[in-house]
Design a protein around this ligand. Structure first.
Ligand code: PMP
Length: 360
């Protein structure tokens, strides 16, 4: 065909009708696939439902009013850091207890600082906002909260920049506790390695780190496991995709050290203290992959996951495949603590309603 007037020979000509040019399928037309349709449907309906308010740019904001321009969506996430915080409802005292709020606020500050952002609110400001948002949405059940700091309108997120004021938003949602349900997980050791301190430091709770977790978790699910365990760049056990790990061998608990490529987990810290109080020796040491196969017990722990017993690793069953006695004892103590029934660890809880002003 001869070239159109003014068009160099060989150049492509855009079709005249915009409707036929690279037409992109709308989400409704795209086939939705997942290895676990039930989990996917649940995640979808959770995403569709939302509470009336979130907290953004210094105030409780109606959910529908929290909009940013589309051009912000991609790059703003590159330096974004966040926290995941649980709050437990106490039916006896009719109050909501945020678990280890101070420690989460501290880690949030560390992550922000690490990204060379500046937090305009400070820990008290964010802590107050977290409680304010729980009250605004009126949670009287177990709930979960995520503060997230990102580089906002000031600069494209991929450019080196220092002391940029972070923009912060906080969301929360209902999240019933799984504690006390005897849940066990079948795990595999992932073929992916854990990101390391000189690549993408796992110590910062950065959004970008979670691509590593997604690779691990997707691989595990596609291959028929519940969760993946990741080895670090030295080939030693690091953690689960979204949780830390403990094993128990001959009455001694062990967990990888904070230099093993882990997030410095607040649940891990709590359980180390609790194991000590329960008279169970606990070592923070390197763990070999094969120790996972030979352990009497193993469990994953994290804010959202809480404490989940590992029944098998790479189809090696641990003991009788049920939750072991140490895990069980730890879990029931943890449940008492988070619901405010253990006098020893009241200082781990921040009351949202009754003592809100005093505690925050
Ligand atoms: N490691 C990773 C990668 C995580 O995402 C989490 C969950 N925050 C944990 C460990 C556990 O940390 P924490 O106990 O502070 O929730």
């Amino acid at each position: 065909m001869p070239a159109a007037p003014g068009v160099p020979p060989g150049a492509r000509v855009a079709p005249s009708s915009p409707g036929t040019y690279n037409r992109v399928q709308t989400p409704k037309e795209l086939p939705l696939t997942t290895s676990d349709p039930k989990a996917f449907a649940q995640a979808q309906s959770q995403a569709a439902e939302h509470p009336p308010y979130l907290w953004w740019a210094g105030r409780v904001t109606p959910w529908e009013d929290a909009n940013v321009h589309l051009t912000m969506v991609g790059w703003s996430a590159i330096s974004a850091v966040f926290e995941g915080i649980r709050a437990y409802w106490s039916p006896q005292r009719e109050d909501l207890y945020v678990f280890r709020l101070d420690e989460h606020l501290k880690r949030f500050q560390q992550s922000i600082r690490f990204m060379r952002m500046k937090d305009p609110y400070g820990p008290e400001g964010i802590g107050g906002a977290i409680c304010e948002l729980f009250r605004a949405n009126g949670y009287r059940e177990d709930a979960y909260c995520q503060p997230l700091a990102y580089m906002g309108r000031t600069v494209p997120g991929y450019i080196a920049a220092e002391d940029i004021p972070a923009e912060v938003f906080i969301t929360n949602r209902a999240a019933p506790s799984n504690l006390g349900q005897g849940k066990v997980l079948h795990c595999c050791v992932s073929s992916w390695a854990r990101i390391s301190d000189n690549v993408l430091p796992p110590r910062a709770k950065a959004i970008t780190n979670y691509q590593n977790s997604r690779y691990v978790s997707n691989e595990a699910r596609v291959n028929g496991y519940d969760a993946g365990i990741i080895l670090n760049d030295r080939g030693k056990v690091a953690e689960g995709a979204y949780a830390c790990i403990f094993i128990v061998r001959n009455g001694v608990a062990a967990t990888p050290p904070i230099t093993a490529g882990i997030l410095e987990s607040i649940t891990r810290d709590s359980l180390i203290q609790m194991l000590g109080e329960m008279g169970i020796p606990v070592e923070q040491r390197e763990i070999d992959r094969t120790e996972l196969y030979l352990a009497d017990e193993a469990f994953l722990c994290g804010t959202l996951m809480e404490i989940a017993a590992v029944a098998s690793v790479d189809r090696y069953q641990l003991s009788n495949g049920a939750m072991g006695p140490v895990t069980q004892a730890l879990e029931s103590r943890f449940l008492q603590i988070v619901r405010g029934q253990d006098p020893k660890h009241q200082d781990w809880l921040t009351a949202v309603y009754a003592k809100a002003t005093a505690a925050v």
